[in-house]
Design a protein around this ligand. Structure first.
Ligand SMILES: [Zn+2]
Length: 167
């Protein structure tokens, strides 16, 4: 295909129109999932605790399609841990073994989710809506807990529990 011809037929324009009409793009899902993972992990690297240069990291790589937008299968890492601990670990350091001990049982949950959903069509709209709802849930809990911790005294845990889970 001639590049000029493609551009003349308005490839990029046409794509923009589709998005406006309601297509859920990979980027929209990426942004939503990253936001949920960061909020869930408290905006900290789960390896070293750093709060800057945070990145969205998958436990299995993105070729595992049914896990790409599943927060369970994702974690927050700083740029340093992501590159030098997760992808290019130093000799003697096994990142997956670290993950298993840091989050007991979670790898098994991820594997179970993967095998239960492998090859299934991803409902992009529903996935996006669910991620947006998850983000709201984490943000609401964060806000409530912040308020509670500011105002509560010695019974802080009890007070927080009552406020976040009324009754
Ligand atoms: Zn880190």
């Amino acid at each position: 295909m001639k590049r000029g011809g493609f551009l003349k037929r308005g490839g990029p324009l046409r794509r923009r129109r589709l998005v406006a009409a309601g297509t859920i793009t990979n980027k929209m899902l990426d942004d939503a999932c990253r936001a949920v993972v960061f909020a869930r992990d408290g905006y900290r690297c789960v390896m070293c605790g750093k709060t800057t240069r945070l990145q969205w990291s998958h436990v299995y790589n993105r070729s595992y399609r049914s896990l790409v937008w599943v927060p369970l299968a994702c974690k927050t890492l700083c740029a340093g841990c992501h590159k030098f601990k997760w992808h290019e670990p130093p000799p003697g350091f096994d990142p997956k073994a670290w993950f298993r001990s840091r989050f007991p049982g979670r790898m098994e949950e991820i594997d179970a989710f993967y095998f239960a959903n492998k090859g299934k069509k991803i409902d992009r709209r529903l996935t996006l809506l669910w991620l947006q709802q998850e983000l709201k849930r984490y943000q609401t809990n964060d806000r409530l807990l912040t308020e509670v911790f500011q105002e509560a005294g010695p019974n802080v845990v009890q007070a927080a529990f009552k406020k976040v889970f009324p009754r």
